[in-house]
Design a protein around this ligand. Structure first.
Ligand SMILES: [Fe+2]
Length: 291
């Protein structure tokens, strides 16, 4: 039984002088890059933010969106909100510095996506099986087709009470794709056009997106897969940072509270080895282009 590899690095700083660089091959192979000695330092005045009361109750996360840098999902006075936003923005900047050091090949191509702060406990968040992230899955979103663009994510556990972020990681992407690929049919003709036209998708859902969404849904709906497939528990203690391609690594968030997450987008063609991307792997297995 093979499961996702978790590789550990000794870095203690986010900035340019840290030891690890040139880690593209590991992350593109679908490994989890774990930095157990890389905490995100909070200022004294920011310690109060590790409390679910700052979430406005409508969204499960507080997020800062780029390029504007505006914050959503938080409740508080203007001064409190400004301080909270400054903390999240600092995380975005430090994550970006780290990503550019780890992956110099991506410099000039990495696009900063949302930064999110999750002060709410993982347990009891799910509203449906499809949104239940305690089930193993690769990231794919019904309304937000990626069209092959990669989702690179930098997570950090900032829990104050010693509580780890508990994940399960699953089988490698290729094995996962092979498990369901023969059961996935082509999208209905005209469906991508209709989804975009009616505003259900933000842009056209390509066949690549269709297959990724099918993998996401079939995995989450498959109780036997969830229980019996190759998998490993991974525990990220407070003060740990980890970096993954979340559209490639089978993952499930089983527990934890108070986490920061930065998403980056990368055109798969600009990877060091584009053929290792989910799209490259699927196209090889299917023997044709997915457009
Ligand atoms: Fe996920």
């Amino acid at each position: 039984m093979t499961t996702t590899v978790v590789r550990e690095f000794p870095d203690t700083t986010w900035s340019d002088d840290g030891p690890t660089r040139g880690a593209e091959a590991a992350v593109e192979r679908g490994e989890v890059l774990r930095f157990p000695y890389l905490p995100f330092a909070l200022h004294e005045s920011e310690l109060r933010f590790r409390d679910p009361r700052w979430a406005d109750g409508k969204a499960k996360n507080i997020s800062v969106r780029w390029p504007a840098g505006d914050m959503r999902g938080a409740a508080g006075t203007p001064a409190e909100l400004a301080a909270l936003q400054a903390m999240i923005v600092r995380y975005a900047e430090q994550s970006e510095a780290l990503a550019l050091r780890l992956f110099p090949h991506y410099r000039g191509h990495l696009k900063r996506g949302n930064t999110s702060f999750r002060p709410v406990d993982v347990a009891g968040r799910a509203t449906s099986w499809r949104k239940d992230d305690t089930r193993l899955h690769v990231d794919a979103f019904p309304s937000n087709p990626m069209q092959g663009t990669r989702l690179l994510r930098v997570f950090c556990n900032i829990n104050p009470n010693g509580k780890p972020r508990e994940w399960r990681v699953g089988e490698p992407f290729e094995a996962h794709a092979k498990r369901y690929l023969s059961a996935i049919s082509r999208p209905l003709p005209g469906s991508a056009w209709l989804l975009a036209k009616t505003g259900i998708t933000k842009r056209r859902r390509t066949e690549y997106d269709h297959v990724m969404l099918q993998l996401h849904d079939r995995a989450k709906a498959d109780a036997a897969f969830q229980k019996d497939s190759p998998q490993a528990k991974v525990s990220f203690a407070p003060g740990t940072t980890w970096v993954v391609y979340s559209d490639q690594v089978l993952h499930a968030a089983m527990g934890g509270q108070h986490m920061l997450e930065q998403t980056f987008y990368l055109d798969a063609m600009l990877q060091q080895r584009p053929e290792t991307s989910p799209r490259g792997t699927l196209e090889r297995l299917m023997g044709r282009e997915l457009r």
